[in-house]
Design a protein around this ligand. Structure first.
Ligand code: ATP
Ligand code: MG
Length: 421
C-alpha cells in the first residue's frame, strides 16, 4: 500500500486523555481511534494487525478440531436466568436495554449460555460427542475501570472456544491439548517467552483455572513466577495448599505484574444441567454433557504486544503479526529522480511477488519518514535513496537494530525470504 493513500496519519503528540502506553502509541501511529473510554475503532493498520493475530489463533483452534461460529451479541434473558447470570446483583457489568414492543435484552458478556443452548438442538447421543466450537466475537462489559487502552475495553474482541465432552476424562484430554495450543499460539504471536501458565481461581465455574499471564509492569494482575519451571501462581490463589499441589517452593518464586492474555476453564456440568444439555450414553442412560471454556483476547493481546515490545521510538511488531512485512521508503526531492523510480519499481515487483509492502512515497523529509517508520513499527525498513543507489543498492535495517546495510535488490529478496521462514 502507498502511504500517500493511507487515510491515517501519525501524530507527534500523545493523546491527552490516555494513560496507557499501548493506547498512546497505537493512536499516535494511526492504528486505532478512541470513541469513548473503553471503546476503540480499528483503523486500516490496526485491523491488519488484529486480523493477523486472529489468523494465528484460528489456525491453532482449527488444528485441535475447533469449528468456527459467529453468534449474535444480543442475548435472550430467559436463558441467562436459568444459570442465574442475568440479575445485576449476580453479574454487575451487563449492558442491558429494552426491546421495542416489549422485553429486555443484554449485550453478550460471554457466550457459555447461548452456545450450550444451541447445542441442545444437535447433541443427543454419545455419538454426537465430543464437539468443539469457537468464535471471534465482540463482548460487552460495563467495566468500572477502562484506563488500559485496548487491554481493557468495554467492548472488546474475544476468541471463545468451548468443548462438549462425554465425561471428565474426555474433557481433560481436550483441556490439556488446549493448554499446548495456547502455548504454541503465544509463541507464534511473539510473546511466548514472557507468558506463563498461571494457576488461578476458577471463579464461579470451578475450583481453579489456568491463566496465560504475560509479564509487564502495565499489568493489572500480580503473579508469583517460577522462571525455571515456567509456571506461575496468581496472587488470588497464592497459598500453601496451591503451592503444594503444583511442587512449587516459596523460595523459588518471584512476584511480578502481568497481563492476562488468555485463560482455560473446567466448566463441568455447570451449564449443561440448568440448560438441559444431556445425551444418552452407550448403556442408554441419560448423562449431562461435560464442558470447558477457553478464552483469549485478540485486542488485549495486540495491546500487550505493544506494551512489552515497543521501545522509546515506537512500536515493534513481531514479523508474524506486523501490518506489513516491509516498510519501503523512497527518499527523493522530485519524482523524476532515479531513487523514486527505483523505489516504485521495487514496490511493484515486491507486491507482485505477494510481499506486503507499505511504500512511503510521500513528499516528506527523511527525518519525518524515519520517525514515522519507527513509530509504526514494521520489522524491516528498506530505504531507496540517491546515496543507497550510489553505494550499490538499497539500505536495509531491522526495526530493532541500530545498524543498516546496503544490499542489492536480489539480496533483499533473499533476506526477506530468510526473515519470513
Ligand atoms: P480480567 O480478569 O482481566 O477481567 P476475565 O478473567 O474476565 O478478564 P474472561 O472473561 O475469561 O476474562 O475473558 C477471556 C479473555 O478475554 C481474557 O483472558 C482476556 O484476554 C480477554 N479480556 C477479558 N476482558 C477484557 C477486556 N475488558 N478487554 C479486552 N480483553 C479482555
Ligand atoms: Mg481474569
Amino acid at each position: 500500500m502507498r502511504q500517500s493513500h493511507l487515510f491515517t496519519k501519525t501524530r507527534k503528540e500523545n493523546p491527552s486523555d490516555e494513560v496507557s502506553k499501548n493506547a498512546e502509541l497505537l493512536i499516535r501511529a494511526g492504528y486505532i481511534h478512541k470513541e469513548i473510554a473503553g471503546a476503540y475503532s480499528f483503523l486500516p493498520l490496526g485491523l491488519r494487525v488484529l486480523e493477523n493475530i486472529k489468523t494465528i489463533i484460528r489456525e491453532e483452534m482449527n488444528r485441535e478440531g475447533g469449528q468456527e461460529v459467529f453468534m449474535t451479541a444480543l442475548q435472550d434473558k430467559s436463558i441467562w436466568e436459568k444459570t442465574d447470570r442475568w440479575d445485576d446483583a449476580k453479574v454487575d457489568n451487563w449492558f442491558k436495554t429494552t426491546i421495542k414492543g416489549g422485553g429486555e435484552t443484554g449485550l453478550a458478556i460471554t457466550h457459555e449460555e447461548p452456545l450450550t443452548n444451541i447445542m441442545t438442538g444437535f447433541i443427543s447421543s454419545y455419538r454426537d460427542l465430543p464437539r468443539y466450537a469457537y468464535q471471534f466475537q465482540n463482548k460487552f462489559r460495563n467495566e468500572a475501570r477502562a484506563k488500559s487502552g485496548i487491554m481493557r475495553g468495554r467492548e472488546f474482541l474475544m476468541k471463545d472456544m468451548y468443548d462438549f465432552s462425554k465425561n471428565e476424562a474426555e474433557h481433560n484430554e481436550f483441556y490439556n491439548k488446549m493448554r499446548e495450543a495456547y502455548i504454541r499460539t503465544f509463541d507464534r504471536l511473539g510473546i511466548g517467552e514472557k507468558t506463563y501458565v498461571t494457576f488461578a481461581s476458577g471463579g464461579i465455574f470451578s475450583p481453579f483455572s489456568e491463566e496465560f499471564q504475560t509479564l509487564s509492569d502495565a499489568g493489572e494482575d500480580m503473579i508469583y513466577v517460577d522462571e525455571k519451571k515456567k509456571l506461575a501462581v496468581n496472587k488470588e490463589v497464592y497459598n500453601d495448599e496451591a503451592l503444594a499441589k503444583l511442587n512449587l517452593k516459596k523460595e523459588d518464586l518471584v512476584e511480578k505484574k502481568s497481563i492476562e492474555v488468555g485463560n482455560i476453564f473446567h466448566l463441568g456440568t455447570k451449564f449443561s444441567v440448568p440448560l438441559g444439555l444431556f445425551y444418552t450414553d452407550e448403556k442408554g442412560e441419560k448423562q449431562p454433557v461435560y464442558m470447558g471454556s477457553y478464552g483469549m483476547g485478540p485486542s488485549r493481546i495486540m495491546g500487550t504486544i505493544v506494551e512489552v515490545l515497543s521501545d522509546e521510538k515506537g512500536i515493534v511488531w513481531p514479523t508474524s503479526i506486523a501490518p506489513f512485512s516491509l516498510h519501503l521508503i523512497a527518499l527523493y526531492k522530485n519524482k523524476d529522480e532515479e531513487s523514486y523510480k527505483k523505489a516504485e519499481s521495487l514496490y511493484n515487483d515486491l507486491t507482485a511477488k505477494g510481499v506486503e509492502v507499505l511504500f512511503d512515497d510521500r513528499e516528506a523529509s527523511p527525518g519525518n519518514k524515519f520517525a514515522d517508520s519507527d513509530l509504526i513499527g514494521i520489522p524491516m525498513r528498506v530505504v531507496v535513496s540517491e546515496k543507497s543507489l550510489t553505494a550499490g543498492g538499497v539500505e536495509i535495517k531491522e526495526r530493532t537494530s541500530d545498524t543498516s546495510e546496503i544490499v542489492t535488490v536480489e539480496e533483499l529478496f533473499k533476506t526477506y525470504q530468510k526473515n519470513c521462514e
